[in-house]
Design a protein around this ligand. Structure first.
Ligand code: ZN
Ligand code: ZN
Length: 243
């Protein structure tokens, strides 16, 4: 039944494209061409600005030490996000993740091309979903993003070297400490690439990436980096953009 639901959602998303020709999924007004989201709505995705912490990619005052990444494992290097998780970007993530619009991955991968971790030799590794969740959703949104990004950035992809070793309860309502505990040993890796670049839709506290990176490093990866489409906005950044 779950599988049927997922297939039905996929079908609905596919046929929806035919039922709404010429309509952008966000504004429902303009022609999105092949991307499902029009250029005006895409221009409302706000780039995460410099300066950033060299490691976790968080904008910050260069003179203060970064509290986000100070406890990360040594092999987890550079983590970068393309845009802030606000307004139009948040709606795109919601459509990709919960409404069956996996084809949005093409548009969402576009601003990720050129992020610093995506250099020569990088191999994209999607952050896996638990099996039950993937069955319910019908697909893994990070895998869809990885495929689109691999094509646009001309990079290799390895979707088999990292799996969820157990289901983890949803993270949305957990504190950062609870998230870390929730994710401990959540991933298992086998024969990872030397430079694995994790791909995920959203960076929130980094707990998922840290847990996935630890598994890849323990299995022999020399270096792990990560890229995400969006980054949850810290309260200070939100205030600064309003003034
Ligand atoms: Zn639009
Ligand atoms: Zn940092």
């Amino acid at each position: 039944m779950l599988l049927f639901d997922a297939r039905w959602r996929d079908l609905a998303a596919d046929t929806g494209r035919w039922l709404l020709p010429g309509d952008c999924l966000l504004c429902h007004e303009r022609d999105p061409a092949d991307d499902l989201i029009c250029p005006v709505c895409r221009s409302r995705w706000h780039r995460v600005p410099d300066p950033v912490c060299d490691r976790c990619g968080q904008p910050r005052d260069r003179d203060t030490s970064c509290r986000i990444c100070q406890d990360w494992p040594a092999g987890l290097g550079s983590v970068r996000s393309a845009v802030w998780l606000d307004g139009a970007a948040r709606r795109a993530v919601h459509l990709l993740k919960y409404e069956g619009w996996w084809r949005l991955a093409t548009a969402m991968a576009r601003p990720m091309v050129g992020l610093p971790p995506l250099g020569r030799g990088a191999v994209l590794v999607p952050v896996p979903l638990g099996r039950a969740r993937e069955r319910t959703r019908g697909y893994n949104q990070s895998a869809k993003l990885s495929v689109a990004l691999a094509r646009q950035a001309r990079l290799a992809i390895n979707a088999n070297c990292l799996v969820r070793s157990r289901e983890t309860p949803t993270q949305t309502r957990l504190t950062p400490d609870q998230r870390a505990a929730n994710l401990r040993s959540a991933f298992r890796a086998v024969r990872p690439p030397a430079h694995a670049v994790l791909v995920d839709d959203v960076f929130t506290t980094g707990a998922t990436l840290v847990s996935a990176a630890a598994a890849l490093l323990a299995a022999g990866a020399e270096r792990v980096s990560a890229v995400t489409f969006a980054r949850a906005e810290p309260p200070l950044a939100a205030i600064n953009r309003l003034v």
